[in-house]
Design a protein around this ligand. Sequence first.
Ligand code: NAD
Length: 478
Amino acid sequence: MANNNKAAMEEMHFFADVCKNFDHAAKFTQHDAGLLDQIRSCNSVFRFRFPIRRGNGFEVIDAWRIEHSHHQSPTKGGIRYSEMVNEDEVMALAALMTYKCAIVNVPFGGAKGGIKINPKEYTVQELENITRRYTVELTKKNFIGPSIDVPAPDYGSGEREMSWIADTYATMNPGQLDAMGVVTGKPIALHGIAGRREATGRGVAIAARECVSFAEDMEKLGLTAGLEGKKVIVQGLGNVGYYSAKYLAEFGATIVGICEFEGAIYNADGLDYDAVFQHRKATGSLLNFPGATSFENSGEGLEQPCDILVPAALENQITIDNIRRIKAKIIVEGANGPTTPEAEAIFYEEMGGFIVPDMYANAGGVTVSYFEWLKNLSHVAFGRMNRRFEENSNKNIVNMVESITGVNLSDSQRATIVKGASELELVNSGLEDTMIRSYHEIRETFVSTEGIDTLRTAAFVGAINKIAVSYQNLGIWP
Ligand code: NAD
C-alpha cells in the first residue's frame, strides 16, 4: 500500500511542474490573481471507461479527454496511446497545448486525450475498435467536433488512428459539411495536408537553427553560431525524433547519437539516421549498428559528448538524477515535458546551459494542424486557385525581362523563377515563418525583461499575456 502511494505520488507531478513554471512566469506579468488562476486551471476533465471484446472475453479500457482552456475555440491537442498514461499527464499535456498555441499564434485552446493501452499489444482490429469507441464516447459528451475540440496524433498514434476518428465522427454526424475538420494529422488521401507528418520534427530543427543563429548567445555557451558541424543526440526515433534528425542533418548538423527504449548508439563522426532507422526496422533494435558504440542502458546515450540534445520521446527524461552528466550545451525539447524544473535550474545556473522549451520547440505540429483544419473548413487545397495564375504571371515577367535585356535564362533558371507554389511549399513556408517569428518574440522577452532566467519563463510570459488579452476581449475580465 505504502509503495502504491509512493508510485502515485511520483506519477502525479507533471501538471504540478507545468503550474510551477506558470507561477514563476506569472510574477513577470501584471494580471489579476483570479485571471491567472483561470488561465492555469484545467476547465473540463472527462474520464471514462469502455469495454472492448478481446479474445474470448472483454477488456475495460481507461480513457481521458481534457480541455484545459476555452479562451479560444475549438480546443486542440493530440491523443496519447500509452499504458503509462494517467490523468495528471493528460492535464499537463492539455495545459502545454494552451500555452503552445498562444506562443505560435494559433487560435485554439489547449486539450489532450489519453487511452491507457500499449498499442503494440493489440491487433489492428482491436485498435480500430478502441479508437472508434473512444470517438463515440467523445461525441456523446460533446467533447469532439470541428468547432468544439479537434484531436491530433501524439505518442503511440498516427495517421491511421486519425482516419478512424474522422470516419466515426462523420458517420455519427451525417451531412455535416465540415466533418473532416474534426481531427488533424489525417492521411493526405483523407483530407490531410502535405507536410503534417514531418511538421513537428521540421519545426524542432528550425527552432534549433534559430537558437544557434545568435552569435552573442552562442558565445556565452562557448559555441560558434550556426548548425553546420554541431553534434546532436536525439532521443526517440518515432515521428518527432526521426524528422528532427532528418531536418537537423539537412540543415548541416551531425547526428552523433540516437537513443531508443532498448538502448542507444553513438558515433562521434556521425550516424546516417536513415540507415539507423532501417537497421532498427530489420533487426528490431538500434544496437549493433555498424561503426557505432552501443549502450544497453538507453540513458547512457543521453550523456555522450554533443552540442545539442533533442529529447523526443517522453516527459521526465532529464532530471536531477542525470542532468549533471549531460554534456550538451543546448537542449531542444522535441517531446513534451522532458526536463524537470529542478534539472532545468541546475542546467542554467550550474552548467551554463540553454533550453529551447517544448511549448515552442515542438509547436510545428499544431501549426500545420491549424493549416490542415483551415483546409478542411475551406474545402480547397492551398495553392489550387492561384498556382497556375502565378506561373503565368511569372512567365510574362521573365519574357518581358528577357526581351528588354536580351539575356536568355537557361531552362532550369526559368523553371525555378516561373514555378507557382505547391501546397507543401506553402505549408513549409507558413511553418518556417511561424517558428522563426515566435523564436524572435520569445528571445526578445528573454533578453529585455529584467530577472527572467530561462527561455521557458519568457515563453510562458508571452503566452500568459496573449491568453489574458483573449479573456479581456471576451469581456470576462476587465
Ligand atoms: P512516437 O510514438 O511516434 O515516437 C516516440 C518514440 O520514443 C518511440 O519510437 C518510442 O519507442 C521511443 N521511446 C519511448 N520511450 C523511450 C525512452 N525511454 N528512451 C528512448 N526512446 C523512447 O511519438 P511522437 O509523436 O514522436 O511523440 C514524441 C513526443 O513528442 C511526445 O512527448 C509527444 O507528446 C511530443 N509531440 C508530438 C507531436 C506530434 O506531432 N506527433 C507534436 C508535439 C509534441
